[in-house]
Design a protein around this ligand. Structure first.
Ligand code: PBG
Length: 328
């Protein structure tokens, strides 16, 4: 009887920890992480974001301690978001030489020259209306906003940024920023395009952290519709044509199919942004004792790798660095 029944024994390759490691297909490495941080004007400020436990708005005088901690844990790339009070219609704070991001970048670059600084290039944290560009007739004016974004990118690189990451979703931002960087002599600075950025409720906690919620309407005329898949490939394709060196997909967790589509269709590094809402959900459930935070985080981030992400931007970066060290 037993001779007639045939089946495969997949459990052979799961029989011990060593066997499982031997055949493991995807791994998390700290080199692949980017750690985002919020920098706020003022002195001696360390505000924990209520919806993002463990994430802080830090003033410049406290920033280096946080960067040092990340650096000592082996994190090699960080990203800054600015939090300011003096906002205006065009987001001047984004592109002035002594803007908050420019100051943070200069400070950190001097103390940690080999730390990669990724600059988020957007206006929403600096505009009084909270949109990612200038407003005309109650909508963001695409082409006028491009000039300001290009100016912002150049000022960020002048301050020492190593990678420009435009997150504003205006059409043509890669072409404009590439041209402006080249003209300023920064031909070697890569662009990490948030090419595939959905209009997502998962950004809610971030907008508290960065004080960047739109004051009217929403971002649906520029960010993508969560229902769309082919559109992601059109966005990625045009950005690569315009000169993007990396393509980002954002959010990550509910969009792993898109990460895989982009991986299969593009030959540049793919970045997945594990956004604020994804972070908050895990934190809230963990604080209730409903899930095991470490196991959930490692599983989520590994699934991003499995989906095809080469790089992961995550507020969990420091935790992951610690956990990976402990595993060794
Ligand atoms: C700026 C920007 C946003 C995020 C990163 N850059 C917010 C938005 O588009 O509203 C969200 C990141 C997160 O939720 O962690 N445009």
């Amino acid at each position: 009887m037993a001779n007639e029944i045939t089946f495969k024994r997949h459990r052979r390759l799961r029989s011990s920890s060593a066997m499982r490691s031997l055949v493991r297909e995807n791994h998390l490495r700290i080199d692949d992480f980017i750690y985002p941080m919020f920098v706020i004007e003022g002195e001696n400020i360390k505000n924990e974001i209520p919806s993002m436990p463990g994430v802080f708005q830090l003033s410049l005088d406290l920033l280096l301690d946080e960067v040092r901690e990340a650096y000592d844990l082996g994190i090699k790339a960080i990203m800054f978001f600015g939090v300011i009070t003096a906002k205006d219609e065009i987001g001047t704070g984004a592109f002035i030489d002594d803007g908050i991001i420019q100051s943070a970048t200069r400070l950190v670059k001097e103390a940690f020259p080999d730390m990669l600084i990724v600059a988020d290039t957007c206006l929403c944290e600096y505009t009084s209306h909270g949109h990612c560009g200038v407003i005309h007739d109650h909508d963001v004016a695409n082409d006028e906003s491009l000039e300001l974004l290009a100016k912002t990118a150049v000022s960020q690189v002048k301050a020492g940024a190593d990678i420009i990451a435009p997150s504003n979703m205006m059409d043509g931002f890669v072409a404009y920023i590439r041209a402006a960087l080249d003209e300023a002599g920064f031909t070697n600075i890569p662009i990490m395009s948030y090419a595939v950025k959905y209009s997502s409720a998962f950004y809610g906690p971030f907008r508290d952290a960065a004080d960047s919620a739109p004051q009217f309407g929403d971002r649906k005329t520029y960010q993508m519709d969560p229902a769309n898949r082919l559109e992601a490939l059109r966005e990625a394709e045009s950005d690569i044509e315009e000169g993007a060196d990396f393509i980002m997909v954002k959010p990550a967790l509910s969009y792993l199919d898109i990460v895989r589509d982009v991986r299969n269709n593009c030959n540049v590094p793919v970045v997945a942004y594990n956004v604020s809402g994804e972070y908050s959900m895990v934190k809230a459930a963990a604080q209730n004792g409903w899930i095991d935070e470490q196991s959930i985080v490692m599983e989520m981030l590994t699934s991003m790798k499995r989906a095809g992400a080469d790089i992961i931007l995550t507020y969990f970066a420091k935790d992951v660095a610690k956990w990976l060290k402990e595993e060794q």
